[in-house]
Design a protein around this ligand. Structure first.
Ligand code: AMP
Ligand code: TRP
Length: 333
């Protein structure tokens, strides 16, 4: 069955291995299937829910688009664009905000994490961030949304909002109900320094993550310094319980090679981590360094990137512009 795919990544710098294995690698695979219609968005309106530096934001928008292309997303087959160029996203978000009860938003765990202790100081934008995400998805009638595990709750909210709109305005099937596509075993890549913390752009320690712009030497160094424990690699998955750092590295290896964790354990069970780490560093360098090199090359060609983003926005505008018009008619404008 052909799928309509929509997903987004924030241009907030430091794209990392978690973004790649949890989301972008999946974007590439879905984009290669000729049956699928894929739209990948650099969600710059989401980025400004926290303070951004103007010049850095500009660079990060291009860098995110460059990473998409360098990872293997073909801009001739798939739409790549940045969100702020298509007005319907913000307009749709306003309309959906008026429909979404605060109680639903109060349940969002990502807001609680991001706002931290002082919620009074968090922006209203950060609070309604998931509604903008719902607008992104629903404007394109997306049937499937590839994301990492941390976005699951936002996808559920999107589904609830879509149902509510369809019901409230008696327009059954107007909004399609999107399905999340979450890679079961690799949906949450953890920090290299703490197996209980998600690998994240905002971790102050650069050693906690493999950036998609890291050189081979950086990757080797970071894997060498990655936290493990003193026991050898087990033979069985259940023996990884309570060994989060060990499990994370073994999962990264399995994910990058598209193999099961069991297969990796068959290969390395009984061996020590130093041997495994050198293999992991080698595999990661061979997969990530070409992406870093290509991203760097693409970033230097601003004109090319701007052209891709502009063409993408014009195609996206056609789809989203039509949908927002229909939305406005339905609600009585
Ligand atoms: P963001 O950088 O927050 O815009 O995230 C972009 C995509 O990467 C989303 O689909 C996230 O769910 C995914 N993602 C971010 N961090 C991780 C991680 N540590 N493990 C797996 N997926 C992640
Ligand atoms: N909220 C997502 C994140 O932080 C990014 C995002 C914005 C998104 N709009 C989207 C993801 C629409 C999928 C679909 O990772």
């Amino acid at each position: 069955m052909s799928k309509k795919i929509f997903s987004g990544v924030q241009p907030t710098g430091n794209l990392h291995l978690g973004n790649y294995l949890g989301a972008i690698k999946n974007f590439v695979e879905l984009g290669k299937d000729k049956e699928n219609e894929c739209i990948y968005c650099v969600v710059d309106l989401h980025a400004i829910t926290v303070k951004q530096d103007k010049d850095q934001l500009k660079n990060n928008i291009r860098e995110t688009a460059a990473t998409f292309i360098a990872s293997g997303i073909d801009p001739n087959k798939n739409i790549i664009f940045n969100q702020s160029k298509v007005y319907a996203h913000a307009e749709g978000s306003w309309i959906l905000s008026c429909l979404s009860p605060m109680g639903w938003l109060n349940r969002m765990t990502q807001f609680k994490e991001k706002a931290g202790k002082d919620k009074e100081k968090a922006s209203v934008g950060l609070y309604i961030y998931p509604i903008l995400m719902a607008s992104d998805i629903l404007l394109y009638d997306a049937t499937h949304v590839p994301v990492g595990e941390d976005q699951k709750q936002h996808l559920e909210l999107t589904r609830d909002i879509a149902h509510k709109f369809n019901k409230e305005f008696a327009c059954e099937d107007f909004f399609k109900i999107p399905e999340p596509l979450i890679k079961k075993n690799f949906s949450r890549i953890m920090s290299l320094k703490d197996g209980l913390k998600k690998m994240s752009k905002s971790d102050p320690s650069d050693l906690s993550r493999i950036n998609l712009t890291d050189s081979e030497d950086d990757i080797i160094n970071k894997i060498r310094k990655a936290k493990t424990d003193s026991s050898p690699i087990p033979n069985e998955e259940r023996e990884l319980k309570d060994r989060p750092e060990a499990e994370n590295l073994l999962r990264i290896y399995s994910s990058i090679l598209n193999q099961t964790l069991n297969k990796t354990l068959d290969e390395f069970g009984g061996k020590n981590f130093s041997e495994f780490k050198s293999q992991l560093a080698e595999i990661l360098s061979s997969k990530i360094s070409p992406i870093s090199d290509e991203t760097r090359k693409l970033i230097s060609d601003k004109e090319y990137l701007d052209k891709i983003l502009l063409e993408g926005a014009s195609k996206a505008e056609e789809i989203a512009g039509k949908k927002i018009k229909e939305m406005k008619q339905i609600i009585g404008f």
